[in-house]
Each structure stands twice: as C-alpha cells, then as structure tokens.
Ligand binder design. Structure first.
Ligand code: APR
Length: 313
C-alpha cells in the first residue's frame, strides 16, 4: 500500500513537533518545508536520526523547494510569525497574510488535490485567505483552533475537578481569539453536565482561563507561542482525515448556505463543530446554543468579520 504524503509548511516549533508526532504514527511520509531551508533539512535529519531508537519507518525530508512537496495528500500551514508578549493574534494579520498567500499559491500549483489545514494566526482570517487563494473546495480547507482550545478547556476542567481528562468532553467554537466561545451546555464529564461538578463561578473561571490559554503560554515562554498542544491538535485532524474517522471536532471552516445563515456568519471561516473524514469537512453541525452562548458567538463572529474585511482579497 502506498504511504500518504504530508507536507508541513514551516519547520518551526509547531511544524517540527508535528513532524515527529506524525512520523511516530507511521501513517505517512513527511516533507518539511521552510523559507529557511537549513532549518527544514536539519530538523528532518534530526528526526530521522531518532527513528532507529523510536522504531518508526516513516520518512521525513526537509526542503526549501516546493517541487518536493508535489502531490501531497495533506498540507499543514504553520509558516508565519508567532506572537510576542503583548501582541494579539490579530496584530499578526498583514505579516502573516503575505506568508499564507505565497504558500497557498505554491500548494495550488504542486498539490491541487490536497487537504489544507491552516494553523497560522490570526487563524480564521488565514483560513479564509487559504480558501480564496487556493480556490479549493470548502470541504478541503480548514483551520486548526477549536481542537486546541477545546483541549485546553478540557485540561483546565480536569485540573479543577480532579477528574481524569479521559472523562471530559469539552467544546469550544467561534473565532480563535480572546472572544472564542467555550460551551457550557455541551461540555460534559462522563456524559454528565459539567455544572454537576463545577459551580457557576468555577466554570466561569475555567472559561476565562481557556480564552486566554494561548496568551498564558506566550507570557511564560516570552520568546514564542505554544507548540506541543497545537501540534497534538493538528495530529488529531490529520488522522481524522487519513483514517476516515468521521470524528466530530471543532474547526474553522467556510460557512455558507443554510448553515451559514443559521450561524449568521455566511461568507466567513469560523470555528464550528464538523464531522471530519476522508472527504474532509463532511458535515457542519448546527448547535442549539443557549441565549448567553448565542450572544458570545455573535460577538466572536463580529471580531472575525472585522479582520476579514481588512484583508485585500
Ligand atoms: N515560507 C515557509 N516558511 C516560512 C515562511 C514562508 N514564507 N515564513 C516564515 N516561515 C517559517 C519560519 O522560518 C519558521 O521556521 O515558519 C516557521 C514558524 O515557526 P515558529 O516561529 O517556531 O512558529 P510556531 O510556534 O511554529 O507557530 C507557527 O502558528 O500559532 C501560530 O501564530 C503562530 O503563525 C504562527 C504559527
């Protein structure tokens, strides 16, 4: 059986961590590409030199040439500038727009059948950029944010309740910004409402921490942003596609038609629950939100819209 091919654009913290995680799964061969060719080549070689010890047979190659990415099944875009302390994700808009645009022109040329997973911030605006520049069907272009935000939410709930992360099913939708929407009603512990375990005040505390989860890491690291949990979150999405899991997870996808109208976000990419499988975004789920959640959702969508309107697209 032919192995799948995954290209990771950007061999920085997230890209290289993802390459190692993916290689260990032996599901695909991996091409790491970076504007700094030496970094891509060096990290790929370093990962391969771990393969005899860790015992994986995937191949990771580094390059600076898009020809080497040809015919990828999945392309993950992590290229761009990360946040510095005091910067919002939105401050990155124009710098990263140019990066994502140039990367997508190459993806379109060399891997016209690929699924594209965008990680570069500001996430929803960059996902929209990828969709427009590649011109790929909307089912094949998605942004990774909701899996990460939901994982942070789940971890914080676990920490607060003392219950295993394995029992926690947490969900965050909306734009990947400070007004993301951690859901109260649809977050459960072993199938029971989270409110059976946490008081309203405790839950609000956890929600607030989730919203600023990325910023908390930026403040601590001082020289970059989070990468272990983001890389794990991308892995979850890649495997959902390659293994045709039809997994329900939160991702930033293009909303239009009936579902766009339902969410009041037509023409935008925003985080919603999707079913992810071999055809990419196979379904978008309509959630029956509470009044409070709808209010938060609308605020979040407004923030995404304001950013997208600034884009020269
Ligand atoms: N083409 C290819 N690679 C590029 C380009 C480009 N045009 N521009 C920058 N890069 C590379 C950099 O050389 C660097 O190796 O992207 C990599 C980014 O890596 P890091 O700075 O370590 O950033 P990382 O923490 O991996 O985050 C990547 O994800 O969370 C978002 O906002 C964050 O946009 C950032 C992205």
């Amino acid at each position: 059986m032919e192995k799948k091919k995954i290209t990771i654009v950007g061999a920085g913290n997230i890209g290289s961590t993802l390459a190692l995680l993916l290689a260990r799964r032996e599901t695909a061969d991996i091409t790491l590409i970076d504007i700094n060719e030496g970094v891509a080549k060096g990290k790929a070689l370093d990962i391969m030199e771990a393969s005899p010890i860790l015992g994986f047979n995937s191949h990771v190659v580094g390059t600076g040439d898009y020809k080497d990415t040809a015919n990828s099944d999945v392309v993950v875009i992590t290229a761009g500038f990360p946040r510095k302390p005091g910067m919002s994700r939105d401050d990155l808009l124009f710098k990263n727009y140019e990066v994502v645009k140039s990367v997508c022109e190459q993806i379109k040329r060399y891997s016209p059948e690929a699924f594209v997973i965008v990680v570069t911030n500001p996430l929803d605006a960059m996902t929209y950029t990828a969709l427009k520049v590649t011109g790929f069907p909307k089912e094949r272009v998605m942004g990774m944010a909701g899996v990460l935000d939901s994982s942070r939410f789940a971890y914080f709930i676990s920490e607060k309740t003392g219950i295993s992360v394995e029992n926690i099913n947490a969900f965050v939708i909306g734009g990947h910004g400070d007004d993301m929407v951690p859901l109260r009603k649809f977050t459960t512990i072993a199938g029971m409402p989270v409110t059976n375990f946490l008081s309203k005040e405790e839950l609000e505390e956890v929600i607030e921490r989730t919203r600023f989860g990325g910023g908390e890491i930026v403040q601590l690291l001082r020289t970059g942003s989070a990468f272990y949990a983001p890389a794990a979150s991308i892995l979850d999405m890649v495997l959902a596609i390659l293994w045709n899991k039809r997994k329900i997870l939160s991702a930033s996808v293009y909303l239009d038609g009936d579902v766009g109208e339902y969410y009041g976000a037509s023409g935008l990419c925003v985080g919603v629950p999707i079913v992810l499988g071999k055809d990419g975004v196979e379904e978008i789920i309509k959630l029956d939100l509470s009044d409070e959640e709808w209010a938060d959702w609308r605020k979040s969508v407004d923030s995404v819209r304001k950013l997208v309107e600034k884009l020269p697209l």
